[in-house]
Design a protein around this ligand. Sequence first.
Ligand SMILES: [Fe+2]
Length: 198
Amino acid sequence: MKTLKDLFLDEVGDMYDAERRIVKALPKLVKAATCEKLKAALQAHLKETEGHVTKLEQVFKSMDQKAKGQTCKTTVALLEEGGDILTEFKGSPALNAALISAAQKVEHHEIASYGALHEWAKLLGNSNAADLLEEILGEEKAANATLSELALNGSDKEALGEGCNTDSAKECADQQPKIARRGIQPAGMNRKRAGALN
Ligand SMILES: [Fe+2]
């Protein structure tokens, strides 16, 4: 019969796979973002995500297990969708809003997963794993909050093509190609939905 320990190890394996996929995908989002503050936030989270991979290896070790990933289907799907949206909105004033939305979907999945894992580690009496998972959970929540702030204070208004009321919105809008800000689709814009991030 499967136990909570089996469930815990299954989910840690899922997140180990997810984090390694996110490490590969984030540089593409950093490159695509046209808002400097968003670029910096994504770059900072890439560093944290590399740390999450290491922390999950320590969680495996705390369970006397070898680190082993198993395909996280949710993350595969979210990154594929993020890649599509990135391709579709390239050159659009809505690009940064689209990138933030795609990144937040990944964060919310991680927050749900690490929330459960943290509780399970405590139930299993593994305080070392619980502490590591709580640290990861805290960083995911902080990254999500930063993305929300960037959307609310800049990228969402930029996506509407409205005048900018905040410094961050102005910064974002100023970095958009002028042609896109006038709502004209740049010539040769690639509409093909084939930009998977994974
Ligand atoms: Fe993470």
